[in-house]
Design a protein around this ligand. Structure first.
Ligand code: FES
Length: 104
């Protein structure tokens, strides 16, 4: 699968065509990825938000991109927090934007 780089809603826009080598999902939406990409890179390139601001409801997309701020937290479908900017995408990885009830 090849994805186009011409979407104004994406925060990361690759300068070359992306050929999917694997897929991850966020809240059940399947997203193409390449080996060696972080989860954060995959999400931003595909126009996915990591959640919503608790202050104004706008999309959140991480802050530091280097593992310091925790603003990119996601959860595995079975629980367990994932920092999107520090986690490499793996084929079949299923993530959600809301924490499990046990962590709220
Ligand atoms: S964006 Fe700051 S820890 Fe991931």
């Amino acid at each position: 699968m090849t994805t186009s780089a011409a979407s104004p809603s994406r925060l990361f826009v690759p300068i070359y065509e992306i050929t999917a080598e694997l897929f991850i999902s966020l809240d059940g939406v399947r997203l193409p990825a390449r080996r060696g990409e972080t989860v954060m890179a995959v999400l931003l390139r595909n126009g996915a938000a990591l959640g919503r601001s608790e202050f104004d409801g706008r999309s959140r997309a991480g802050f530091c991109l280097m593992g310091a701020c925790q603003d990119c937290s996601l959860w595995g479908e079975g629980g367990g927090r994932v920092r999107a900017c520090m986690t490499m995408a793996e084929d079949g990885m299923a993530l959600v934007t809301a924490p499990p009830l046990s962590e709220t």
